[in-house]
Ligand binder design. Structure first.
Ligand code: C2E
Ligand code: CA
Ligand code: CA
Length: 436
């Protein structure tokens, strides 16, 4: 077999890389065209140089260069910017989800031990990423912003950082927005993103939560936290929910080879909980898309249950009779009583992310988490911790007995194609070896 080309031959020097970067942002490339830029740097280059000498430090950098050369796809570009910093240009229409996947893959690959002479060193890199136009109007501005991001990872002690859009969508009033939601359903401006949930005991996928995304042609991304409350004040919540349920179940069927335990979770809007029409809506959708009701988890917030406790008990019973599973969302924020919960045929409690993110720093929140887990387990419920952002938090929630984790540590909410990719990449492919 012919030898593959030496991967390090694909690495551009600083000047050449910057030229390429500029070339990609010529006016002809304007419009929809966007690309991603990732910068990465070895965490402890100085320590390595001091402890083992510069030859060893250089060997580590060579090995990083070679690995980057291997993971870059044919159209991507790798550059060595000096100061131990490397750049990867993702040269394809790129969005935030793809960027994050690429950053994770890159850090994974770069974390493999390096053999230097007789020694094997464990190394780690930090990385930051951004998208052309969203995070910088010119290539230079993007480079500067991503570089800033990379420095922040060192200051904040985070493995990576993705830039947030600098330009928020133009402000718009509720009235205009509400008028547009209904049209958005027909115009195909709505999508669902899915966030995986991990079974912490079995180390496998437990399910994924469907989250609404609206990309308005003028206003850009409109947060569900803005859209849903607006739609709830209006009849629009019904067609919106019909769209959500049908889309989620259709897409659930599109995913091939899903293990039996995997469920799809859907958020049910508070006012609909006591609306009888929701029962028909759900059972019709289950029938149309031929989904086993037991694979559908309906998330109801604790607050919405407590706003009308008696009616909610009846509603939860009727939902459960359809065969779907019931999860109490944002648990811990709604002051529900034990006696109340005991009357409900529940399957799952989701601890609100405000407690989860604080679990490493607040004694108080640790106690709350422990109490919720004990309570839930006494009722035979599974406990999901949402908002798991780093491994320290993960460690603690595992120690406290949580059954399932959900959060940026595992994945952000991603489009269906990414979810499919993610599901099949679990458990992660061995780091270091290109799969192609
Ligand atoms: P939620 O049900 O509590 O959903 C979880 C939210 O936390 C999502 O925000 C998700 O992106 C975010 N999140 C996930 N992991 C992390 C993490 O590690 N750290 C942090 N800080 N946040 C994390 P998103 O997608 O913006 O949704 C916000 C809220 O909008 C949802 O909160 C839910 O109440 C509502 N929502 C979203 N989609 C729908 C929908 O289709 N129907 C209804 N009724 N409500 C929806
Ligand atoms: Ca939820
Ligand atoms: Ca929640």
């Amino acid at each position: 077999r012919p030898m593959p080309p030496d991967p390090s031959s694909r690495i551009l020097g600083r000047e050449a890389f910057l030229q390429e970067l500029a070339r990609h942002a010529t006016p002809e490339a304007e419009g929809e065209q966007t690309f991603g830029l990732i910068l990465t740097k070895l965490s402890h280059l100085r320590d390595i140089n001091q402890a083992f000498g510069f030859t060893t430090g250089d060997a580590c950098l060579e090995s990083i260069a070679a690995r980057l050369g291997r993971i870059a796809r044919p159209k991507d570009m790798v550059g060595r910017l000096g100061g131990g910093m490397f750049a990867l240009l993702l040269n394809d229409p790129c969005d935030e989800a793809l960027l994050e996947l690429a950053v994770n893959r890159l850090l994974d690959v770069l974390a493999a031990p390096v053999d230097v002479g007789t020694r094997t060193l464990t190394i780690a890199c930090r990385a930051a990423g951004g998208l052309y136009r969203d995070h910088g109007p010119t290539p230079d501005a993007l480079l500067g912003a991503v570089e800033d991001g990379l420095h922040q990872t060192f200051r904040k002690g985070k493995p990576y950082l993705l830039l947030k859009p600098r330009h928020e969508a133009p402000a718009t009033d509720d009235f205009t927005l509400l008028r547009e939601v209904e049209a958005a359903i027909d115009n195909g401006e709505l999508t669902l993103h899915y966030q995986p949930q991990l079974d912490l005991r079995e180390h496998r996928v437990a399910g994924f939560e469907a989250l609404l995304r609206w990309h308005h042609p003028v206003f850009g991304q409109v947060s569900p936290e803005r859209v849903i409350p607006l739609a709830e004040k209006n009849e629009v919540i019904v067609p919106l929910t019909r769209w959500t349920i049908n889309t989620a179940l259709r897409e659930f069927k599109e995913l091939r080879g899903l293990p039996d335990q995997v469920k799809v979770s859907l958020n049910l809007s508070a006012p609909l909980l006591t609306d009888r029409s929701i029962l028909d809506l759900i059972s019709d959708a289950l029938a149309i898309w031929d989904v086993d009701p037991a694979r559908l988890m309906i998330e109801i917030t604790e607050t919405s249950m407590m706003s009308n406790p008696e009616a909610s008990v009846a509603a939860v019973h009727s939902l459960r009779e359809l065969g779907v599973r019931i999860s109490i969302d944002d648990f811990g924020t709604g002051y529900s009583s034990l006696a109340y919960l005991a009357q409900l045929p529940l399957d799952e409690l989701k601890i609100d992310k405000s407690f989860v993110t604080q679990v490493t720093s607040s004694d108080h929140d640790r106690k709350i988490v422990r109490a919720i887990v004990d309570l839930a387990h006494n009722f035979g419920l599974r406990v999901v911790a949402e908002g798991v952002e780093d491994t320290d938090v993960e460690q603690l929630i595992i120690e406290h007995g949580c059954d399932v984790g959900q959060g940026y540590l595992y994945s952000r909410p991603v489009p269906l194609e990414m979810l499919d990719y993610w599901l099949h990449a679990q458990p992660a492919t061995a780091a270091g070896e290109p799969s192609a």
